[in-house]
Design a binder for this molecule. Structure first.
Ligand SMILES: [Zn+2]
Length: 91
């Protein structure tokens, strides 16, 4: 039996003219066991280091900034995460 553990993290959008000023939740992958981790896409760290765009649960795609600030969590991301029973990071 496999326990599905997800690793959603939240990151704040780069100041790219986006005036929403919200933190979005990025699903980085699913942890199948202590040894097995299935990546769901570019991680936030990769995005920051390589400038790779990441995709949030709500569908927003952006390049995460180096200096995330605390913004309220995107309600759409939160709803999706909670609908899956995932832990939602505190905003
Ligand atoms: Zn979102």
């Amino acid at each position: 039996m496999t326990d599905l553990i997800t690793s959603p993290v939240h990151a704040d959008p780069a100041l790219d003219g986006d005036h929403e000023r919200m933190s979005h939740i990025v699903l980085e992958g699913v942890k199948l066991s202590e040894e097995e981790f299935v990546s769901a896409g570019p991680s936030v760290v990769e995005g920051i280091v390589n400038g790779t765009p990441v995709k949030a649960l709500c569908g927003k795609v952006w390049v995460p900034g180096r200096d995330p600030k605390r913004y309220p969590v995107c309600p759409t991301c939160k709803e999706i995460a909670e609908g899956h029973g995932w832990k939602v990071p505190a905003g």
